[in-house]
Design a protein around this ligand. Structure first.
Ligand SMILES: NC(=O)c1ccc[n+]([C@@H]2O[C@H](COP(=O)([O-])OP(=O)(O)OC[C@H]3O[C@@H](n4cnc5c(N)ncnc54)[C@H](O)[C@@H]3O)[C@@H](O)[C@H]2O)c1
Length: 250
């Protein structure tokens, strides 16, 4: 068993479900202690309980990533509970409605940008000083293939994910000489609760966009996340890694 994260403390946002939950499990399997942070209080408790049962030190924490104070408290909770913050995954995100840009609801725009872009910034804003002071740390920001490709009907999501890629590169430049690595992941469409709301014809269309002819799994994204957080990725800095079954190669 890979114990790459033995003795390390991880903060994963959006960890009650989908990709975040798979990441929390994967990091825990490799020895990390994990703060399962989510605004779904029950979901965070269930997830942390499941991790504990399988031998991972895990604590739930209720965070709203659209609130900078709440994100600051999640970082503080991690260092106070586990003694350090070595790994962070800024993963919490929402899909938002599907509407053309000229009709997109302003309230939906604000919510998607607040969660998917500002939420990642607030994470970096509070994680980076702690990691820089310790002289080490690794962060993964969950972008999307829509961090570099457009997608009709999703202006807020696409804009936010493009923003996450730019933010990742910038923070990576700033903290490269301080022992902190920051990278982003660009998943294709992944079979998680975020997508399960979509009706069957839409789902079939999404599947058809992937040359591998299927959606990805949360575990496949978690595997690359774990690699980027590990010392095996020691020279990987400020980059964006697709996990997309060939989507963006077309
Ligand atoms: N599923 C996909 O196809 C896909 C593809 C590319 C990128 N992503 C990205 O991966 C990340 C995880 O998505 P998922 O598919 O696992 O979705 P999901 O809906 O299964 O999980 C998202 C989690 O984030 C939490 N969350 C949402 N808003 C929050 C907030 N303000 N504060 C705290 N927690 C909040 C939710 O409660 C939920 O537990 C998102 O950033 C998403 O944009 C998903």
């Amino acid at each position: 068993m890979d114990r790459a994260f033995e003795g390390r403390a991880a903060l994963v946002t959006g960890a009650a479900s989908g990709i975040g939950l798979a990441v929390a499990r994967r990091l825990g399997q490799a020895g990390a202690s994990v703060v399962v942070a989510d605004y779904d209080e029950d979901g965070a408790q269930v997830a942390a309980g499941e991790l504990e049962t399988s031998g991972t030190r895990a604590e739930p924490f209720v965070v709203d990533v659209t609130d900078p104070g709440s994100v600051r408290d999640a970082v503080r909770f991690t260092t106070e509970t586990f003694g350090s913050l070595d790994l962070a995954v800024n993963n919490a995100g929402v899909g938002g409605p599907s509407m053309p840009t000229g009709e997109y609801e302003i309230t939906a725009w604000d919510r998607v940008i607040a969660t998917n872009l500002s939420g990642v910034f607030y994470g970096l804003r509070h994680q980076l000083p702690v990691m820089a002071a310790a002289g080490r740390g690794a962060i993964v920001n969950m972008a999307s293939i829509l961090g570099t490709n457009g997608f009709a009907g999703s202006p807020a999501y696409v804009a936010a994910k493009h923003g996450v890629v730019g933010l990742t590169k910038t923070a990576a430049l700033e903290y490269a000489d301080k022992g902190v690595r920051i990278n982003a992941i660009g998943p294709g469409f992944i079979d998680t609760p975020l997508l399960r709301e979509t009706d069957n014809p839409v789902r079939e269309r999404l599947i058809s966009l992937h040359p591998q002819g299927r959606l990805g799994t949360a575990e496949e994204v978690a595997e690359v996340t774990a690699f980027l957080l590990s010392d095996r990725a020691s020279f990987v800095q400020g980059s964006y890694h697709l996990v997309d079954g060939g989507y963006a190669a077309q």
